[in-house]
Design a protein around this ligand. Sequence first.
Ligand code: AMP
Length: 419
Amino acid sequence: MSFNNLGLSKPILRAIQEQGYTEPTPIQKQAIPTILSRKDVLAGAQTGTGKTAGFTLPLLQLLSETERGNSKPHIRALIITPTRELAAQVGESVVTYGKHLPFKSSVIFGGVKINPQIGTLRRGIDILIATPGRLLDHASQKTIDLSKVEVLILDEADRMLDMGFVHDIKKILALLPAKRQNLLFSATYSDDIKKLADKLLNKPELIEVAKSNISAESVEQVVHPVDKGRKRELLTHLINEGKWKQVLVFTRTKHGANRLSGQLEKDGITSAAIHGNKSQNARTKALADFKAGTVRVLVATDIAARGIDIDQLPHVVNFELPNVAEDYVHRIGRTGRAGNEGEAMSLVCVDELELLANIEKLIGRKITSIKIPGFRVDPLIEAEPIRNGRQGKAKQGGGRQGGRSSGRNSRGRSNTRRG
Ligand code: AMP
C-alpha cells in the first residue's frame, strides 16, 4: 500500500516522498483516513511506530481543505506534548511534512525566554506545538488565543499524566471551543487514560497497532544478569567488545546518569549525560554530539529521553531497570525504529528481579537471559531494596525516576521539568 490512496494532497505527498518514505506504517494506515473523516481518535501507539506523521499528515490535509485567505493566521491546531524535546521534534515534523504548504507553526515550551514566543504568537500561527506549563503561562498573560482551535492533539498522553499534568490539561481544555476534533495518542492504557479519554473524546475511533513496538520483532531483547557493583565494568566490556558506536543507556536517577557518564569517560569511552537538571542548551548539545557521533554513549533518565528521535539507534541498554514497567517499553522503543534492527539489553542485578518480573508480565513474555563469561553472579549477594533519588540521596533529587511520587512538588510535577 502506498501513501497515494490515503486522501493526502500533492504537496503533502511530495514532502513524504522527499523524506524517503515509501509505505505508510500500520498506525499511519489506520490513523490518516480516520482523522481525515474528522472523527475523534484514541490511538495506542508508541514512539517508533511513525505516530507523529500519523497525526501530522492528516492534520495538514484537514487544515489545507479550508483556505485562510489573506487574513492573519490564528491557532487552528494545538498539539500538546509532555516534554520539550518531544515538542521540538513534533515541531520539526510539522515543518518537514508541511514544507510545501503555507502554514505557520511554532513550538512553545518553558526554560527559554517568553518574550520571543509572545512576538511569534502575536504575528499569528496556524499550528501550535506546546508543553502544558508554558502554554498556561501564555494563557494567564493573555498572550494566546485558543478560542478558534479546530483540532486538539494530545501526544504521549500517558506520559503527561505520569508527569502530573492532568490539572494543566483540564485548564487548557477549558480554553478551547467546545466544537473541535480531539486526538489522543498514548503508548499505554491506564485507568487514568481511560478517564481522560472519556472526558475529552466524542465517540472516538479506537486505533491500536500491534500491541506495542516492543513486540515488534525488530527489537531483540536480552537480560544480562550481573552484580550491581560490576555493571559499569560489564557495560564497558559490551561497548568495547561489540565496537558499538552509538548506544543509549538508561539510569534511574539523574545522579546515576552523571556518575556513569563520568566513569565511562574514565574508561576512555566518550559519553554525555542528559536529564532534567541539565539546561536546555546542554541537553540539545549532548543530543547533537551523540547524533554526530562525537559522543558514543548517551546516558539518560527516562524523562529526558522521552521523545528523543534518533534514526536507526542500534543499541539501548538498561543500566538499571525502571521502577515503572511501562517505562521499559518506552525505553526500548528507542531502538529498532521504523523497520531498522535494534537491540535492547538490560543489566539486571539481584535487587531488580521483581522489576524484571513486572516487565515480563507487562510485555507478556520472558526475556532471554544470557550470562556474559567473566561476569558470574555472586550467589552470596542478597537483594537490597532499591534506593532511588530522593529516598537515597536527599540532595540529588530523583525526579520522577525516583518512583511515581518522589521528586514532585505538591502539584505532582517536578519543578525542574516544568514545560
Ligand atoms: P515516530 O513514531 O513518530 O517517533 O516516528 C519514528 C520514526 O519513523 C521517525 O524517525 C520517522 O521519521 C520515521 N517514519 C515515520 N513514518 C515513516 C514511514 N512511513 N516510513 C519510514 N519511516 C517513517
